[in-house]
Design a protein around this ligand. Structure first.
Ligand SMILES: NC(=O)c1ccc[n+]([C@@H]2O[C@H](COP(=O)([O-])OP(=O)(O)OC[C@H]3O[C@@H](n4cnc5c(N)ncnc54)[C@H](O)[C@@H]3O)[C@@H](O)[C@H]2O)c1
Length: 464
């Protein structure tokens, strides 16, 4: 059941009587309809009235109406204005360019720009590798989308994707000091996207593909990896796979199982699910049964695209067929990156003892986590209001920090596995338990640990 959270936070400006009881009446009115007050500020005070701002968390638009109606019904209270705090922080965008150098006088100008800059241009022309040393390329990543799979919202197009890409850039900077910039392309044609990224690549030290729909995302990433001499990383695929692998390592510690003995049911074989399966296979699990909207993936299934065919050829050693419910029977682990509300507690009861359930469909998981907990030993979701949040922000900032620092030209599965290991190891063995299998997204030790692991793996990749 949804609860009020900071993602839907409003500030209501009210005119109210100056009586001693007015504040308490307003707080009670908000509380009665389920709003959660987080701030109460007097903006103006007069002998006959006060102007106050009440800030509170709500569930959604209808709930906001309930809250403001409840306030307006109080004697002498007038609702003047309602501000949505989420929209307020997006006004004018969330990013700006800042200069790293002073421009105080003609002397500074002559070195930062013409004529001095000309010699730097010539140096790079003579030795293009110097672009990393003498330009923003060394620390800059393009966050590229076509807007075709924006969050869980679908094909919203490039403009509507921009707030997400800006947010991603903010996270890159905050957690790893990486300068990332949104590149929202006005095309959903595979060839045009590849060409556009190829054309802009000289500016960047890495490409983070984002919210590009499957199966197009697989070809775009593979072809760009072939063409470019900088790493290309589709976060919806590999960021998710890294964090899932990290979480699974610690969850298996909690239940005392080895991955080589586990049967893993993965529901969803799109962007996230395919990458999870590919990375898990590197760990040599007992078996993986993949399930999508058409049921269990097996070699005899008709009409599979190359991605599904690869999954069919590399999983499901017993070639079982059937539905998600069939795949769950006897499974040690469920990993869902698919759709909401697909099963209940009774199906978890059919899993092996000490089952692990990662229900990651956002915003509503494959199973209500409270139901999953009835029979599972460890439960994780993508949500911030439950323990064990599987959040890509644990991975991508540190991954790119490591790639940029290593001057990496490519990204390998060994780097992804190393990143997963680093995230898992941030949770020391004595801190691991069923409610704490991944570190907090605000743990500032995560990104440096991931960066170091990726740097080392990149070093050995170069050496090897
Ligand atoms: N960190 C996280 O928590 C995290 C990360 C990535 C994705 N996700 C979530 O995972 C979901 C999938 O993301 P994606 O980018 O891979 O999407 P996608 O569209 O690429 O793939 C969705 C997959 O789910 C399958 N599917 C859809 N309905 C199904 C059903 N009823 N039964 C079984 N399978 C079904 C589809 O066949 C497809 O294979 C989304 O809800 C997304 O928000 C969460």
């Amino acid at each position: 059941m949804p609860v009020p959270g900071p993602g839907y936070s409003i500030t209501v400006r009210l005119e109210a009587p100056p009586s001693a009881s007015a504040a308490g009446d307003m707080a009670s009115a908000v509380g009665r309809v389920g709003g959660v007050i987080t701030a109460f500020d007097v903006v103006e005070s007069h002998n006959d009235r006060v102007i106050v701002d009440i800030t509170c968390n709500a569930i959604g638009a209808n709930h906001v109406t309930d809250i403001t109606d409840a306030l307006a019904l109080l004697p002498g209270v007038k609702v003047r204005k309602i501000s949505d705090r989420t929209f307020l922080i997006h006004l004018g965008g969330k990013l700006e360019i800042a200069s790293k150098i002073p421009l105080r006088n003609r002397d500074d100008l002559s070195r930062a720009y013409t004529p001095g800059v000309a010699r730097v241009c010539q140096a790079i022309a003579a030795n293009p590798e110097d672009a990393r040393r003498l330009t923003i390329k060394r620390n800059t990543v393009a966050v590229v989308t076509d807007g075709s799979a924006v969050l869980g919202l679908g094909n919203l197009g490039p403009e509507a994707a921009l707030p997400v890409m800006e947010g991603k850039a903010v996270l890159f900077k905050k957690f790893a000091g990486v300068d990332a910039w949104p590149v929202c392309l006005d095309t959903q044609d595979t060839e045009e996207i590849i060409r556009a990224v190829e054309l802009i690549a000289p500016v960047y030290g890495g490409i983070n593909l984002e919210d590009i729909a499957a199966p197009r995302c697989f070809e775009i990433e593979a072809r760009l990896r072939e063409k470019l001499n900088i790493p290309v990383f589709h976060d919806d695929q590999h960021g998710t796979a890294i964090v899932v692998l990290a979480a699974l390592r610690n969850a298996l510690r909690v239940v005392g199982k080895e991955i080589s003995d586990t049967k893993i049911a993965v529901c969803g074989v799109g962007a996230a699910g395919s990458a999870i399966i590919r990375l898990l296979l590197k760990q040599k699990p007992g078996d993986i049964i993949a399930v999508d909207v058409d049921g269990i993936v097996h070699p005899g299934r008709e009409g599979m695209d190359p991605n599904l065919q690869w999954v069919a050829d590399n999983t499901n050693s017993g070639q079982v067929t059937g539905s998600l419910h069939d795949a769950l029977v006897g499974a040690d682990v469920f990993i869902g990156v698919s759709a909401p509300n697909l099963f209940g507690a009774e199906q978890v009861a059919t899993m092996a003892s000490d089952a692990i359930v990662f229900a990651l469909a956002n915003p509503d998981p494959e199973i209500d986590p409270l139901e999953a907990q009835q029979h599972a030993a460890v439960v994780a979701t993508g949500r911030s209001d439950y323990p064990n949040q599987i959040n890509n922000v644990l991975a991508f900032p540190g991954v790119f920090r490591g790639l940029l620092d290593a001057n990496a030209k490519t990204i390998t599965d060994e780097m992804l596995v190393a990143a997963a290991g680093a995230i898992a190891d941030v949770v020391a063995p004595e801190r691991v338990n069923a409610s704490f299998i991944v570190p907090s997204v605000f743990d500032t030790t995560v990104a440096p640990a991931v960066a170091e692991a990726v740097r080392k793996a990149a070093g050995s990749a170069v050496a090897g």
